[in-house]
Write a protein that binds this ligand. Structure first.
Ligand code: ATR
Length: 269
């Protein structure tokens, strides 16, 4: 039986085994998918050992940059993101590195019926999550993308890869006083029950998306956006299933339907 796993540290809470096991059943694929806890100082040794039997890995925090360095062949979107969330171990011994996070995000945006074309997009946060989605947002031909981060140097680093975007700090954003059509929360603040420090009037009539997800489909960010007049909001569970479907496709050559898995996962949270 072909073996796959999600590798990270920590990894206990990962929903990927649930998602991929459902995909495998739906697509009649003879495979198993587990969790692999990777020591912080031994990414290479852990992957080398898994590869002796395994066919592919999903890679999560904090190893996506190391997975990027590990791959022999990078897809264009992995190259642009500077990070890899999917490794495929090919029969000829080569390793393909892909990044399906951005495409998974856009899959979910389309599922929601949202459209970024011609829109002014505000992205909050400049960590790995933001870097993973910027290229895919730009592919949707928005009018503008402004990336805001507490630490301006990290936003400027992302701008080096994506010259079309503008970057500023939260103070800079306040001073500009601009309005946006879409606000994406790519900070980790929802984990602490906090919301980004932007003016609450900015949420009026926007589409607000949190890359984090919550049990009920809401997060502190989506609740805050909604109570300040957002038009529609979403948490990031659909993105999680969307990126998984694209990894599955790279490994198995079939494209599973994310919709029933998203429904089952939501009920299971
Ligand atoms: P991820 O891989 O999930 O993106 P990360 O790389 O640790 O995780 O990035 C977390 C993001 O949340 C960063 O943009 C971080 O801002 P800094 O780059 O300034 O650290 C943002 N973040 C975390 N705590 C924050 C806080 N209290 N206020 C504002 N931004 C915060």
């Amino acid at each position: 039986m072909d073996k796959y796993a999600v590798l990270g540290n920590p990894i206990n809470h990962s929903r990927s085994p649930f998602i991929h096991t459902m995909f495998a059943e739906a697509e009649s694929q003879n495979m198993e998918y587990g969790r692999l806890l990777c020591p912080l100082d031994d990414f290479k040794g852990t992957v080398d050992a898994f590869r002796k039997e395994g066919k592919g890995l999903n890679v999560t925090v904090p190893f996506k940059e190391q997975a990027f360095a590990y791959a022999d062949i990078l897809t264009d979107r992995a190259q642009r993101a500077g990070a890899v969330n999917t490794l495929k171990f090919c029969d000829d011994g080569s390793v393909i590195g892909d990044n399906t996070d951005g495409a998974g995000f856009i899959y979910d945006i389309k599922r929601l019926g949202w459209n970024f074309s011609g829109k002014n997009i505000l992205v909050l946060g400049a960590g790995g999550a933001a870097r993973g989605i910027i290229g895919s947002i730009l592919d949707e031909k928005p009018e503008s993308v402004l990336l805001v981060n507490r630490t301006i140097e990290k936003a400027e680093l992302i701008k080096q890869s994506f010259n079309e975007i503008n970057v500023t700090t939260y103070d800079g954003l306040l001073a500009e006083g601009r309005m946006f059509d879409v606000i994406v929360n790519a900070t980790s603040l929802s984990l602490n029950g906090e919301v980004p420090r932007i003016n609450e009037s900015m949420y009026s009539n926007v589409l607000a998306y949190d890359l984090m997800y919550g049990k009920t489909g809401a997060t502190v960010f989506t609740d805050y956006a909604m109570s300040n007049g957002a038009q529609e909001v979403s948490d990031g569970l659909g993105m999680l299933v969307g990126q998984a479907a694209l990894s599955f496709n790279l490994w198995r050559g079939v494209a599973p339907d994310p919709a029933p898995v998203l429904k089952a996962l939501r009920n299971q949270l």
